[in-house]
Design a protein around this ligand. Structure first.
Ligand SMILES: [Zn+2]
Length: 448
């Protein structure tokens, strides 16, 4: 049966059309976009739902922890944050993970994300035994909140370049590729699946060709591969010491960087690596809030886009889940380091250019037919409230600029995944129950 949604404004490709009916089939795929009567339309601006190209849902429980200066280490950094993250990761059971994941997925929908690539590495139980219960908790949480999930079981084999796995890694480490493949087979039966070698420090480079081949035998020809890369200067130095090459160069020399590849962060790259990435078909995934939260550094996004590169965005640590905030920080960091404005804008403006870039590139990263409102795509839609500040009273071509510069999560009035409404007046239908069980879980945790 055909259904339709009618909106005052719809972002189709690079133009905002007035008074449009979006018709979709029983599978939630768009079959027609046609003009309609103004009086039949819902108020607001419908834009493509944003794919969240990088998330670790369980880290949502870290918000508020680890912010006091440490007694022993005055230079708090990514590496000290990791200790806090391990403390959380090593105590969670499947039920707690489900409750945290549900809260994070609900907030993603409220923020305008309609699909998510979940970089899932909390594999084993609290005794370190292999189980599918943790992956099941994430998949169930996605189903129960209504977000479109691409699960990426993570392969984590060692503690660092030439450092074996440490005791605190006991829930992540997969002893062999065959054990990892069992998890892939399990996930594939339940949801869309891809793979994620954690990083070059956690997976020896010589394993990559075999890993991709084995995964192909289970997932078929088309599946995304995600990897953390060049996030930390230390990691770049360690990679140079071990391989005499920097991480992006090492990966590109080993594997063809096709559109199957998704490089998360890529913060510390040299000019040659930037050209290499911009010319490749791989996606670069930026997570501005998390990169700032961890003090990682700033990716040269403005030069990268000028060189023809494309970026997706992700909520990563989920300490703040906010599409508009991520886009704003991405632009602002470029302004701060260059002391110039309009870094990621085009001549038409900033907001529409950033939203369409991140949505289209993100669609490749999650590998779903989403990211644009067009025929054949899933009807994953986000409706911005044009009656609310800072959008109220603005000309239509300024709406997305105002949203990125001055807007927050409360602008997201309605959200649809495959044509089904999941957010009503910025609230999820199960918000009370989800927040309550999240709060109970938080109270049951023993955090340092
Ligand atoms: Zn990450």
């Amino acid at each position: 049966m055909t259904q339709s949604l009618k909106f005052e404004y719809v972002l189709c490709g690079n133009e905002i059309r007035h008074h449009q009916a979006i018709e979709f089939d029983a599978d939630g795929r768009i079959i027609k976009i046609i003009p309609t009567e103004a009086n039949q339309c819902k108020k607001g601006l419908a834009v493509p739902g944003m794919p969240n190209a990088h998330s670790h849902t369980f880290q949502r429980a870290l918000t508020g922890f680890g912010e006091n200066q440490s007694q022993t280490n005055k230079d708090d950094s990514f590496w000290s944050w990791r200790e806090n993250m391990y403390a959380l990761a090593n105590q969670l059971n499947a039920e707690q993970l489900y409750n945290i994941a549900r809260q994070a997925f609900m907030e993603m929908l409220q923020a305008g994300y309609t699909s998510v690539a979940e970089f899932h590495y909390l594999h084993h139980d609290q005794e370190g035994r292999a189980t599918f219960a943790m992956a099941d908790a994430v998949m169930l949480a996605a189903r129960d909140t209504g977000i479109r999930l691409r699960i990426l079981p993570v392969l984590y084999m060692r503690g660092g370049f030439s450092i074996p796995a440490q005791p605190e890694h006991f829930r992540f480490v997969t002893a062999s590729l065959s054990q990892y493949c069992k998890l892939l087979e399990h996930c594939r039966k339940h949801t869309a699946t891809g793979i994620a070698p954690h990083s070059l420090r956690a997976v020896p480079i010589e394993h990559f060709p075999k890993l991709v081949k084995y995964a192909g035998a289970i997932l078929g020809k088309k599946f995304p591969i995600h990897i953390h890369i060049a996030e930390q200067k230390q990691e770049v130095q360690d990679c140079l010491a071990a391989h005499q090459k920097s991480p992006v160069q090492l990966l590109a020399d080993t594997m063809a960087l096709t559109s199957q590849w998704n490089l998360v962060h890529s913060t510390h790259i040299n000019g040659r690596e930037m050209d290499l990435l911009a010319r490749s078909n791989a996606q670069v995934i930026l997570t501005p809030f998390t990169e700032a939260y961890l003090g990682d550094g700033v990716f040269p996004a403005s030069q990268f886009v000028k060189a023809g590169g494309r970026y997706a965005i992700g909520s990563d640590s989920n300490t703040r889940i906010d599409v508009l905030g991520e886009l704003r920080l991405l632009e602002y960091a470029q302004r701060l380091i260059s002391r110039k404005r309009s870094r990621l804008a085009n001549t038409q403006g900033l907001g529409q250019n950033m939203w369409t870039m991140a949505a289209k590139t993100g669609a490749k990263a999650v590998q779903f037919t989403v990211g644009e409102i067009q025929i054949g795509h899933h009807a994953d839609l986000v409706v911005l409230d044009t009656a609310r500040a800072p959008l109220n009273g603005l000309p239509v071509d300024k709406l997305l600029d105002a949203a990125v510069i001055g807007g927050a999560r409360d602008l997201i009035k309605e959200v649809y995944v495959g044509g089904e409404q999941v957010i009503f007046d910025n609230a999820h239908r199960y918000s009370e129950e989800v927040s309550l069980s999240f709060a109970e879980t938080m109270q049951s945790l023993k955090m340092p």
